[in-house]
Design a binder for this molecule. Structure first.
Ligand code: SME
Length: 160
């Protein structure tokens, strides 16, 4: 039986090979959003938000059109931007201030993305089912999201 951990280990390898050698952020966010959305079950949204001018602004995503600007402290994404820690929301209807971009969303996970030690943005996954996400999602998504900054080809290791 394929476990969630097996699935994520494979997803991590797929993400690394997909992004190896590419350092364009828009290309990498686009492909990573698409890979996550197609490989994980029970998703209706996978969105990158960048932290710019003291707010979050929508980046490449998959799913229904999403809200474009989110203030720090607003909704799940803004709470992550404020606290700089991941949020796992088993039932979005019970999260005070949740921003409903797609009314089908029932649970959500948002992980912060850091570039070095600097907060750079968030990765937001939405699910049409309750209780979809747990610490395994948090662990792997936190490792996978920063791959958008580029993965160096092993072939050229030592050349940098
Ligand atoms: N639900 C999020 C807003 C982003 S959309 O789901 C893509 C929130 O409450 O921050």
């Amino acid at each position: 039986m394929t476990t969630k951990v097996d699935k994520y280990e494979l997803l991590k390898q797929q993400a690394e090979s997909l992004l190896t050698g590419e350092f364009d952020l828009i290309a990498n966010m686009s492909n990573l959003a698409s890979l996550i959305f197609s490989e994980l079950n029970d998703l209706n949204g996978t969105s990158f938000y960048r932290f710019k001018n003291d707010e979050l602004i929508l980046g490449p995503f998959q799913g229904k059109p999403a809200c474009m600007h989110i203030k720090v402290g607003a909704g799940v994404c803004g709470t992550v931007a404020k606290n700089l820690t991941a949020e796992i929301v088993p039932d979005v209807h019970k999260f005070s201030g949740h921003i409903a971009c797609d009314s089908a969303s029932k649970s959500e996970i948002v992980v912060p993305i850091f570039k070095g030690s600097r907060f750079w943005g968030v990765l937001d996954l939405d699910s049409p089912k309750y209780n979809t996400f747990d610490e395994i999602d948090e662990k792997y998504l936190s490792q996978i999201a920063p791959l958008i900054f580029g993965v160096r080809s092993k072939k050229y290791e030592g050349a940098y």
